[in-house]
Design a protein around this ligand. Structure first.
Ligand SMILES: Cc1ncc(COP(=O)(O)O)c(C=O)c1O
Length: 434
């Protein structure tokens, strides 16, 4: 039976480990609830006390092929037995080259394509930046370059200034609650209007801007989907000023939205794409994929000892194969089923303000009042906790949204289970709050 909760949560073994963690591990980690994993398979996770959970987090949208997919594990083992590291920056090995070839074949970038290999999303973004515009609400990472682009929560920046200079922020088209107070129809146009007629007029002239970095769907910001016309017009605007367009697909890429890259839901062809999270099913890997004509930096200009680790590359190659064979299509199909189920809950749960997303990247925004859209942040946290108590793993995103980012192997039946438990969790929160 999935899920199956046998003990109080956390159970005794989980509690013992959490107590040890509290003494020696950095307190900067944002744990929402006390899950201590023992093993995982597909979309199912077992904790150290034998409690079984349905995982709609995929370890923050990472385990794209599900926990420990046998083909990925086999690829990791085979590669680890051959060699674990040789530094792809100074030497050559086939898995890195083959992965770059495969990415060049699937990346929606015009012309020849090259890849730079790092270890994480933030490193993928670092490799893309110099003088930049990013968007309010954006999350691009926490290293000092990418942190200057991040404008999601002040806690991520507080006390770390000064930031890298030369970064400006523009409003992101969150059409459910337009930052400029507009109706959805005008939101995208007006956000661009701000860029063109405020930012370019008062703060930075467009010929000085190297690149605009955008998440096609804001992840940490709340699973907010930019309207197609926003990305299309952003592409026109960047082209007209000779500005590069960088798509941060660290969270939205690798099949999660039902296409290999979220930007492919539009006709937009970016100049660079930042990839990480889902690319290697949990092995650390971050990649900056760029038009070949752009990636012309000389030897020594940029590199990382562990970047493009061969075991990570082998896991990525196995992941790509599974994504192409079945999982991108599964994300589209099961994603629309899950979306329909979650939308249907809005009829009985006044807390639900908005359900949005693409494929298996779905956000549910909770509000105290549908008319005023007052953010139900505490209720959101309570709903995540209530789902956990019933065996469903979820994560928050933004101030008051819940993200559904399960492994892409999720079945329709598992999606139904997730909807059923989320329904119960919302009922509990609504009962205790009113
Ligand atoms: C869109 C986006 N970019 C960059 C990052 C940073 O990735 P990492 O945590 O691997 O450094 C994240 C992480 O959540 C992300 O969602």
């Amino acid at each position: 039976m999935i899920p199956h909760i046998r003990t109080a949560l956390p159970g005794p073994k989980a509690k013992a480990l959490i107590d040890r963690d509290a003494i020696v591990v950095s307190p900067s980690y944002t744990r929402s609830y006390p899950l201590v994993i023992e093993r995982g398979s597909g979309a199912v996770v077992e904790d150290v006390d034998g409690n079984v959970f349905l995982d709609c987090t995929a370890g923050i949208a990472v385990n794209s092929t599900g926990h420990s997919h046998p083909e990925v594990v086999k690829a990791i083992l085979e590669q680890a037995q051959r060699f674990v590291h040789m530094s792809g920056t100074d030497f050559y090995y086939e898995p890195q080259v083959r992965l770059a070839e495969e990415l060049a074949a699937v990346a929606p970038i015009d012309g020849g394509v090259r890849s730079f290999f790092g270890n994480s999303g933030t490193e993928a973004v670092e490799a893309c930046i110099k003088l930049i515009i990013a968007f309010l609400g954006a999350f691009h990472g926490r290293t000092m370059g990418s942190l200057a682009l991040t404008a999601s929560k002040t806690i991520q920046r507080r006390g770390f200034g000064p930031m890298m200079p030369g970064v400006y922020h523009a409003p992101y088209p969150d059409c459910y609650r337009c930052p400029l107070g507009l109706k959805a129809e005008n939101c995208a146009a007006e956000c661009l209007e701000y860029l063109e007629h405020q930012l370019f007029l008062h703060l930075v002239s467009p010929e000085e801007v190297a690149a605009i970095v955008v998440e096609p769907i804001q992840g940490e910001g709340g699973y907010i989907v930019a309207p197609d016309q926003f990305l299309e017009r952003l592409r026109e605007l960047t082209k007209s000023h000779g500005i590069l367009l960088v798509a941060d697909e660290v969270q939205s890429g690798m099949g999660r939205t039902g296409k290999m890259f979220a930007i492919e839901h539009t006709g937009v062809r970016p100049d660079m794409i930042a990839i990480a999270k889902g690319i290697a099913s949990g092995m650390p890997l971050g990649i900056a994929v760029a038009r070949a004509g752009l990636m012309t930096w000389p030897p020594g200009a940029h590199a990382s000892t562990f970047g493009g680790n061969p075991v990570s590359c082998a896991a990525a190659l196995a992941t790509l194969k599974l994504l192409k064979e079945r999982l991108v299509a599964n994300a589209a199909e099961v994603g629309s089923h899950l979306m329909a189920g979650l939308k249907s809950l809005a009829a009985t749960h006044p807390l639900i303000g908005d359900v949005r997303g693409r494929g298996l990247m779905i956000g549910v925004e909770l509000v105290r009042d549908r008319r005023t859209k007052e953010r139900a942040s505490e209720e959101r946290d309570a709903a995540v906790a209530a789902a956990f108590a019933r065996g469903l793993l979820l994560l928050g995103a933004g101030k008051n949204a819940i993200r559904f980012s399960p492994p892409l192997v999720l079945t329709r039946e598992q999606a139904d289970t997730a909807v059923r438990i989320f329904d119960e969790a919302l009922s509990e929160v609504e009962k205790t709050r009113h």
